[in-house]
Design a protein around this ligand. Sequence first.
Ligand code: ARG
Length: 458
Amino acid sequence: MVDNQLWGGRFENPLNPNAFALGQSIYLDIRLLPFDIAQSRAYLQALGDANLVPRDLCIKIAETLNEIEREYFEGTLVIEDTDEDVHGLIERILVQRIGAEATTIRMGRSRNDQVATDLKLLLRNAAGDIQVNLTTLIRIIAQRSEDLVNVYATSYTHTQRAQPIVFSQELLKHGFALSRNVDRFTDWHKRHNTLPLGAGASAGNSLPINFEALAGALNFDSLAFNSLDATSSRDFVSEFLFICAQISIDVSRISEEIILWSTREFGFVTLPDEFSTGSSLMPQKRNPDFAELARGKTGRMIGNLVNILTLLKALPFGYNRDLQEDKFPVFDAIDTLNLVLPVISGMVRDISFNRETIEQSVNHGHILATDIAEWLVSQGIAFKEAHDIAGQLVVLAESLSLDVSELTFEQFKSVSKVFEPEIIEVMKVRRSIDNRTSPGAASPQMVKEQIARLRNLS
Ligand code: ARG
């Protein structure tokens, strides 16, 4: 039996070393240390207030907790190979520096309610950091959209040219998609801001502690409502990982566009040197590796979500050691987003938009065909017939290697007698764009409203 083990009274033989290695989580969960210290401080205060720990011992323990935290941040804290996890490590040091009486801080508390509390504290912190990274990106998107309010472009459906828009619309869509993730973290926080500490190992805590004050001290709204749920539910982790996966998916769609738009075939954007790589063989290359990596990491982010969901499926309630595995996907998801989001922000901030190439995209692809059909409807023609006539005009234009907007009035007339000279005005991209005035539409006026809204959100 190892000296600094948190249990062992009923065992005669020491743990098999391979089994110890399998159970050891210290090198991963050391990252919980600041949060474990924070909850220990609050718990110590609660024990002290209830006169369960003498005042001088309280002071000694509090000071040693401060020391351990300081050493952790300075990088001088020594992890020993016999430390099983972060909770055991902290107790080992408390005992080494104060003596066995320091273990009173463990009274009424189990690693089961302790680790759930640590993880909630860590996730709350991480959610805040990710929200900051997201709002920075959203703000940059709003800023860059302003430069593009007068740049005409085509929208795409099925990656085929569709209808005229101003190019800001393409950026803004990402801003709104991302902003919902900021909201998701806020909702997540509301739903899960209950304190597991007090649930004990499984059945609750019998000490005369002021649990409301304890919850308040750690900024939780209340104690968790059921001790078994509190110690063995991790839906706060799976929901968190869903939000992270969704962010990654949203970012992968930004990345995909950066990659596609920077191709010679599109040529809509040029990546700055700071966010491009060359090729070891082909001297001409300017590759979008970082957008590709951001896109590629999405596989891992979705994997992290699947990881926790699989871990939880059919898991009996009451703590099971399986739950120790929850930290791998969580830490990976947080680190990945904190690495990727600033890079995407930098890329969007510094990328150049090639106005001329973007605007050329409106000239081919018959993107005003819908406007022809809508004009015909305004003349009292049924939509189906209007759609057919516009389709015939596309066929005519294609046979002449023209865009539908380049046809003459006579050519329009040759397909349908209904056409008036006004149709030549209808075939102006600007008119088409300005006419779209529904909320969220791609006209300069409605895009400006979107920018203002997005700025308010970020
Ligand atoms: N290291 C463990 C974890 O991360 C702490 C809880 C251990 N509890 C137990 N009953 N063995 O989940």
